[in-house]
Design a protein around this ligand. Structure first.
Ligand code: CDP
Length: 255
C-alpha cells in the first residue's frame, strides 16, 4: 500500500476514479444455480470482478482419515484464473490463494450447520475469472449463495464487502487502483441477522475513528448485499416453481 501523490484518486467534486461517491458500492449482479454438475453454484459480478462459486456435498469424506465424528469437514479452494489479472498469474496455488482459501472457509463456517453431517465433506470452489480488488469478499458472497443452492442447512447467509482509505478519506468498496494506491483496506464478512463478523482483516493503517467509520460502512454494505443475495435466491426458486426454461434477468441491484 502506498499513497502516490502522482495519482489523483478523488477529484475536486469528491468523486472517485470510477465516478462513485466515497460511500458508494460498485454495481453488483448475482445469479444462483448456473452450473449443472455441482450441487450448488452462483456467479457474481461485483464491479469488474467476475467470480464463480461451486459447492459439492455434503458427501462422504475422502480420504476417510479426514472425517470428523461430530460434523462435516468444510474445505475451500480460492483460485484465480491465469487471465484474471493484468500480469498472467501462474495457475499453481500461490501463498496468497492458500491464505484466502483459509480465511474464506473460516468466514463461512459459522453459518454452515456442519453438525448435521458427521463424517462428510462440503467442498467450496471459488474461481476468480476477472479480478479488480475485493475478490475475497465477492467470493464469500457468491460461495454463501452456492451453499444455499446446494441445500446445505445454514444459520443464515454470509455477505462481505471491504472498506478502506484513500487520500485521507474513508471509502467503501475499493477498486483495484484504490487498493493498490490507497492507504488501507479492511475486508469484512457479516452474518447480518445475528450481527456476527466472521472475517475482518486489515492491510495498511487507520486511526481508531477511521477504523470505526470503515467498519460501519462495510457492515452497512454487507446488509445491502445480503438483501441482494435474498433476491437472487428468490429469483432462482421463482424460476424452479414456474418451470420456466427462459433465462431471466440476473438478480441485479445497484447500490
Ligand atoms: O482481491 P482481494 O482484495 O480480496 O485481495 P488482495 O490480495 O488485496 O488483492 C487485491 C487485488 O489485487 C486483486 O483483486 C487483483 O485485482 C489484484 N491482484 C493482481 O493483480 N495480481 C495478483 N496476482 C493478485 C491480486
Amino acid at each position: 500500500m502506498r499513497n502516490d501523490p502522482a495519482v489523483k484518486l478523488i477529484d475536486s467534486k469528491g468523486l472517485r476514479v470510477d465516478g462513485r461517491r466515497l460511500d458508494e458500492l460498485r454495481p453488483i449482479k448475482m445469479e444462483v444455480g448456473i452450473l449443472d454438475k455441482a450441487n450448488g453454484s452462483a456467479y457474481i459480478e461485483h464491479g469488474k470482478n467476475k467470480i464463480l462459486a461451486a459447492v459439492y456435498g455434503p458427501r462422504e469424506a475422502h480420504p476417510k482419515h479426514i472425517a470428523l465424528a461430530d460434523r462435516a469437514v468444510v474445505r475451500c479452494r480460492y483460485h484465480m484464473a491465469p487471465f484474471s489479472v493484468d500480469e498472467r498469474k501462474s495457475p499453481a496455488p500461490s501463498r496468497r490463494e492458500l491464505e484466502l482459501s483459509k480465511v474464506i472457509r473460516e468466514s463461512l463456517e459459522p453459518a454452515i450447520m456442519s453438525e448435521y453431517f458427521p463424517r462428510a465433506t462440503i467442498d467450496i470452489f471459488i474461481e476468480v475469472l476477472q479480478a479488480d480488488a475485493g475478490t475475497r469478499c465477492a467470493g464469500i458472497t457468491a460461495a454463501s449463495l452456492a451453499l444455499a443452492d446446494a441445500g446445505i442447512p445454514m444459520r443464515e447467509l454470509v455477505a462481505a464487502c471491504a472498506a478502506g482509505k484513500i487520500e485521507g478519506k474513508v471509502i467503501l468498496d475499493l477498486s483495484d487502483i484504490e487498493d493498490k494506491k490507497g492507504e488501507a483496506d479492511l475486508p469484512v464478512a457479516l452474518l447480518p441477522k445475528s450481527n456476527v463478523i466472521s472475517l475482518i482483516q486489515m492491510d495498511g493503517s487507520l486511526s481508531d475513528e477511521e477504523f470505526r467509520q470503515a467498519l460501519d460502512l462495510s457492515t452497512d454494505a454487507c446488509r445491502k448485499i445480503y438483501e441482494m443475495q435474498r433476491e437472487a435466491l428468490k429469483l432462482k426458486y421463482h424460476i424452479v416453481r414456474d418451470g420456466t426454461e427462459d433465462k431471466e434477468e440476473m438478480a441485479e441491484v445497484k447500490a
